[in-house]
Design a binder for this molecule. Structure first.
Ligand code: NAP
Length: 343
């Protein structure tokens, strides 16, 4: 067995010299290098912004979405939506482990990869089923995890589909937990979605009784569950691409006061200013959405003279998988909600 680069540089085909995430094409030859792990893939969780875009161009047709995903993977050797640039993650079974790898994994272990599909060598034999509403597709195929690749063993106490759904967005609640301080005022834009739900639990836990957590989403009833569970103090419906309206409503539900922290977890472009406007000077804006434009956020904040810290939503923060699965374990209604909506 040959040894490859720990970051997967040896699999980059085009352009030469870049890392696998930035590459247009990587090798999905499943011959294993000595520091790689081979995975028999069972399901992909397509990033929500990517799934939304694929669904738009496919007129919502599941077969067409599946065909497009097969095409992208055949072209690029990885599942990276050429429009959004984003990927997703996968679950599967460890099929082989390179001789040089030190790992706690064994052949036959069920795992979720915690690195993006946008850099993961993937070969798809077929798409078995496209699940609308959960962004999940069941597939037959294989994937490679590089030496630096993060993974989580699938827990035995939670359904696999639930773990896949939650781990896909594990960075959001875990990072919120780190960003928020007791007593903070927090705004969640896209609160009705998957990362929105988890982020609200993380925010409410951390901000505590002295804090204030507001959420918004498109649907008027999008906050019902979180309000019932007392994980949001207030909810309002608003289109996040209409920043002036969103600011007005966000301030109105919060007694006219600005927010310390906002998180953007919608799956559509054009919502940057909605996350920036309602936040106080020297507050924090966390852009988890993959549809975020760096240019719009940076120039937009400058344009309105807002001195806010803006964080790119790194999908990884230390302990993110355990933290997020921990939320599901601690809160039975959240677990039930995930079972109802995402499994
Ligand atoms: N940074 C990372 O590493 C990372 C990892 C995974 C995912 N993500 C990104 O995180 C974002 C959220 O992912 P998710 O899985 O939580 O998605 P999701 O479950 O689809 O949630 C998105 C929510 O935003 C709402 N929404 C859509 N358009 C809106 C608008 N114009 N105004 C207000 N709300 C709107 C959706 O409402 P409807 O359902 O009614 O449309 C939905 O409730 C996506 O952009 C995804 O790409 C980032």
């Amino acid at each position: 067995m040959k040894r490859g680069s720990e970051y997967g540089l040896h699999r980059v085909i085009e352009p030469e010299g870049c890392l696998p995430q930035a590459a247009l094409r990587i090798s999905n030859d499943m011959t294993l290098f000595s520091n790689e792990i081979l995975i028999d893939v069972q399901a992909l969780n397509i990033d929500s912004a990517s799934f939304w875009q694929l669904s738009e161009v496919s007129g919502g047709d599941r077969d067409e979405i599946g065909r497009r995903i097969m095409e992208i993977v055949a072209e690029r050797g990885k599942m990276q939506n050429p429009v959004t640039g984003s990927g997703g993650m996968l679950i599967g079974t460890v099929a082989a482990i390179g001789d040089d790898l030190q790992t706690d994994l064994q052949v036959g272990d069920k795992v979720a990869t915690l690195v993006s599909l946008s850099l993961t060598p993937l070969r798809l034999d077929r798409v078995i089923r496209v699940h609308h509403g959960t962004d999940r597709i069941d597939v037959a195929g294989q994937a490679i995890l590089f030496e630096s690749g993060l993974y989580a063993k699938l827990p035995h106490d939670l359904p696999e589909a639930m773990a896949l759904a939650a781990l896909d967005v594990a960075g959001a609640p875990a990072q919120m937990h780190k960003l928020i301080r007791e007593g903070d005022r927090v705004l969640i834009i896209g609160a009705g979605g998957k990362s929105g739900l988890l982020s609200a639990y993380a925010a409410k836990e951390k901000a505590g009784p002295g804090g204030f957590v507001a959420g918004c989403d498109l649907a008027p009833d999008g906050g019902d569950f979180l309000l019932q569970q007392a994980m949001l103090d207030r909810y309002f419906a608003c289109d996040a691409t209409d920043a002036p309206s969103l600011m007005e409503k966000a301030l109105a539900v919060g007694d006219g006061r600005e927010y310390d922290v906002s998180v953007l977890v919608v799956n559509v472009p054009g919502a940057e200013m909605s996350a920036i406007l309602p936040v106080r000077d020297e507050g924090t804006v966390y852009f988890f959405s993959m549809a975020t434009s760096f240019t719009k956020a940076a120039l937009g904040a400058e344009g309105i003279g807002k001195d806010v810290s803006m964080l790119i939503g790194n999908g990884y923060t230390k302990g993110h998988a355990d933290f997020t699965l921990g939320l599901l374990r601690r809160y039975a209604p959240l677990r039930q909600r995930f079972a109802d909506v995402y499994c």
